[in-house]
Design a protein around this ligand. Structure first.
Ligand SMILES: C[S@@+](CC[C@H](N)C(=O)[O-])C[C@H]1O[C@@H](n2cnc3c(N)ncnc32)[C@H](O)[C@@H]1O
Length: 240
C-alpha cells in the first residue's frame, strides 16, 4: 500500500509537527503491559510487510512499539495509528490491583502520558500516533476519511459485544491484502464471537496461543508457524 493513500488523514490529524508540538515535560516512562504471544506479531509483520497499521486498544504503548520495532528490524517503512480512550477498560478499574495501574490525576487516568513517554523512549516518536477516541467514534473517523490499513490489531474491550463491534466496524478499513488479528481467544464466548464474525465475513480463522487471525488467501499460502492452527470453532485453547 502506498502511504499516499492515507495522506489526508495524517495531514489533518497528525501533521509533520505533531510530535514536536507535544509538551514532553508531561510524558512519563513506565514499562507496564499485558503483552504476550510475540511470535504471531513477528510472523504477521514479516509475512505481510504492512505499512499502515491500526491498533484498537494500546494501553501504555507496548504492543504498538513492539510492532514498530519489528517493522524497523525488517526495513518496513510503517506507521501505527493507536486508537484508545487512554482511560482504561473495566478490568483496569475493577480487578484487584488494576486501579493503581491507571495512575489517576484529577480523577483521570494518565495512560496517554505513559503511552507518549514510552513511545518517545523507544525511538518511535513520529511513527506512532494516538487517536484519542473510543473505538466506535474512531471507526467513524477512519470511515469518513477513507482510511485503509494493512494490519489491524483488535485489543480494546474484551467482552463479546465490544469485540464484535470492533471486528465488524474495522474490517472494511482493511486494504485489499490486509489482515486483522486480535487478542483473548482463550475466552470461549469471545472465541465464539470471533468465529461468528468470520463466518459472516467469509474468512478463515487462524489461532496462535491467545491470538486469532482472520487470514486472507495471501496469508494462508504462507503459513509456516508450527503452532498456528486453522479453526472452525473454539475446540479449546492450547498454550504453546
Ligand atoms: C488490554 S489493553 C491494550 C493492551 C495493549 N495492546 C498492549 O498489549 O500493551 C486495552 C486498552 O483498550 C482501551 N479500551 C477499552 N475499551 C475501549 C473502547 N471502547 N474504545 C477505545 N479504547 C478502549 C483501554 O483504555 C486499554 O488501554
Amino acid at each position: 500500500m502506498s502511504s499516499q493513500t492515507n495522506k489526508a488523514f495524517f495531514d489533518q490529524f497528525f501533521p509533520g509537527d505533531f510530535w514536536s508540538s507535544l509538551d514532553r515535560s508531561r510524558f512519563v516512562e513506565e514499562d507496564h503491559s499485558m503483552f504476550g504471544d510475540e511470535h504471531i506479531f513477528e510472523f504477521l509483520i514479516r509475512t505481510m510487510r504492512p505499512q499502515e497499521i491500526v491498533e484498537i486498544g494500546s494501553w501504555k504503548g507496548h504492543s504498538a512499539n513492539y510492532m514498530m520495532d519489528l517493522c524497523k528490524k525488517n526495513n518496513i517503512d510503517a506507521r501505527v495509528v493507536c486508537i484508545d480512550t487512554f482511560l482504561g477498560g473495566p478490568e483496569h478499574w475493577v480487578l484487584p490491583g488494576g486501579l493503581e495501574t491507571l495512575h489517576r490525576e484529577l480523577g483521570r487516568p494518565t495512560i496517554l502520558e505513559r503511552f507518549l513517554g514510552n513511545t518517545l523512549a523507544r525511538g518511535n516518536a513520529g511513527k506512532i500516533f494516538p487517536l484519542t477516541s473510543d473505538s466506535y467514534a474512531a471507526s467513524e473517523i477512519l470511515r469518513l476519511t477513507d482510511f485503509k490499513a494493512d494490519l489491524i490489531f483488535v485489543d480494546a474491550g474484551h467482552d463479546p459485544v465490544s469485540v464484535r463491534n470492533d471486528i465488524m466496524r474495522y474490517y472494511p478499513r482493511l486494504s485489499e491484502t490486509g489482515v486483522m488479528f486480535g487478542d483473548d481467544y482463550q475466552y470461549e464466548p469471545l472465541a465464539d464471537t470471533v468465529h461468528a464474525c468470520a463466518r459472516e465475513l467469509g474468512v478463515q480463522v487462524l489461532v496462535s496461543a491467545r491470538k486469532w487471525v482472520f487470514a486472507n488467501e495471501a496469508l494462508m499460502r504462507r503459513i509456516t508457524v508450527p503452532d498456528v492452527q486453522v479453526r472452525q470453532s473454539f475446540e479449546g485453547w492450547v498454550h504453546p
